[in-house]
Write a protein that binds this ligand. Structure first.
Ligand code: UDP
Length: 408
């Protein structure tokens, strides 16, 4: 079990001291996190690291997951796509069913937190319980909210405004709301299996197990198999680059229990890749952290060619490993990458393909991007900073009331 002190060599003594001080003020308080999946995707990834550390700091942190069947997650995935600007029409019945499942969960769950900390839209309507049970309600938005379809935005807004405050990952996602908004970017845990140092031998053995040739350039994207991560665009960019430079492509991903589209996208990728022996499509089971770590560390270039993105944890993970990253200028990615300084920002298949070729041909420049990228992550996006921001928000909520929270 990792201890808070283990982070001191990375972030310094002051940060650790600050965490303990804040922990003392929140001692014994119940922070009840609620989301919709225990595995897969960035939210589960963060909660998995965050909850044990909050506990070590004396906070009674819990993590509960709402239950929902296939129909519910189909609807919430449609919400997710519409929030990202995909043009979809919703039927009244979908909203009714969404609310019904939320109400069933509200009845089944023990809503006991001093702070009830709801993540993303799936469990958003649990806040209907607030009138009955009181408590401090905090809504955490992890997704790109910049161009939502009005129908879905209006529906969700009614619930968001019932909360005491809302947290967004990047300024571009904040919306006009009656409640205070806080800006907190997500983070990675440098000591987790996904991000810790690995020996060359460990990296090599993972590549060997997938039969990927480490002596040739490897371009990798790790993501849930989701159209918004543009895996088909990645294949097209790789194919264009391949006319000029030798490389292999790795597309690695796994299922998330709250994402029913994975299989369809997976099949579409396989079809687009056809039988190119240099394309590796890896379906990773949950808990493949060491494999993902090794794939990121051993890759020549890491891509994140998302069409929409919340924060893009995979970018932070790769930068932390000093990898040159080529990623779309969407969501929270520009917070992490300054173009041509700590990575490369692109918008198109052609741009991505151009930079794959450039970085393979200019390894010194690629190395510089990786080094600067690691520094950016170290200074801004590690879990210790994230813990401090959350604890300050909890304190403000409990002590001063939401009106004290800094507006964006
Ligand atoms: N991830 C994983 N297994 C996979 C695909 C992704 O563990 O097969 C992890 C990935 O390493 C990252 C997180 O899931 O930590 C994805 O977070 P991100 O913010 O990049 O995207 P999201 O899936 O939340 O849209």
């Amino acid at each position: 079990m990792r201890r808070i002190e283990d982070y001191e060599p990375i972030v310094g003594r002051f940060r650790i001291h600050e965490l303990y001080k804040l922990g003392e003020k929140l001692n014994g308080k119940i922070i009840q996190n609620i989301n919709s999946t225990a595995v897969g995707g960035g939210v589960a990834e963060i909660l998995d690291r965050m909850v044990p550390l909050l506990r070590q700091l004396g906070i009674n942190a819990r993590w509960d997951v709402i239950k929902g069947g296939e129909e519910f997650f189909k609807i919430t995935k449609r919400f997710h796509n519409a929030l990202h600007g995909v043009k979809l029409d919703f039927h009244e019945k979908e909203f009714e069913y969404f609310l019904e499942v939320n109400r069933e969960n509200a009845e089944m769950m023990d809503l006991v937190g001093d702070v009830i900390f709801i993540h993303d839209p799936q469990p958003i309507a649990l806040v209907e319980k607030k009138k009955e049970i009181g408590r401090n309600w905090l809504w955490r938005c992890h997704i790109d909210f910049s161009t939502p379809i009005p129908q879905i935005w209006e529906f969700l807004k009614g619930y968001i405004e019932e909360y005491d405050a809302a947290i967004f990952s990047a300024p571009a996602f904040s919306r006009e709301l009656k409640i205070p908004q806080v800006l907190i970017s997500p983070s990675i845990d440098p000591l987790s299996d996904k991000n810790k140092e690995l020996s060359t031998e460990e990296v090599r053995s993972v590549f060997e197990s997938f039969k990927i040739d480490l002596s040739r350039p490897v371009v990798t994207q790790i993501s849930r198999f989701d159209y918004l991560k543009d895996p088909l665009g990645v294949i097209d960019a790789y194919k264009m680059a391949k006319k000029y430079v030798d490389c292999q492509l790795v597309l690695a991903g796994g299922p998330a229990t709250d994402d029913p589209e994975g299989e369809i996208v997976f099949n579409a990728i396989k079809e687009r890749a056809a039988s190119d022996p240099d394309i590796f499509i890896l379906l990773l089971p949950p808990a493949s952290d060491i494999e993902i770590n090794a794939l990121q560390r051993g890759s020549t270039i890491v891509l994140q060619k998302s069409l929409k993105e919340g924060f893009g944890l995979t970018v932070a993970e790769a930068l932390w490993k000093e990898r040159p990253v080529i990623a779309s200028a969407v969501g929270g990615i520009p917070l992490q990458i300054t173009h041509k300084y700590s990575g490369i920002l692109t918008r198109t298949v052609e741009g991505t393909s151009f930079w794959i070729k450039q970085l393979i041909q200019e390894p010194d420049f690629a190395r510089m991007l990786g080094k600067n990228g690691k520094e950016r992550i170290k200074n801004n996006f590690l879990i210790t900073r994230h813990l401090t921001d959350y604890m300050l928000t909890f304190l403000h909520l409990m002590e001063g009331g939401a009106e004290d929270i800094v507006y964006l």
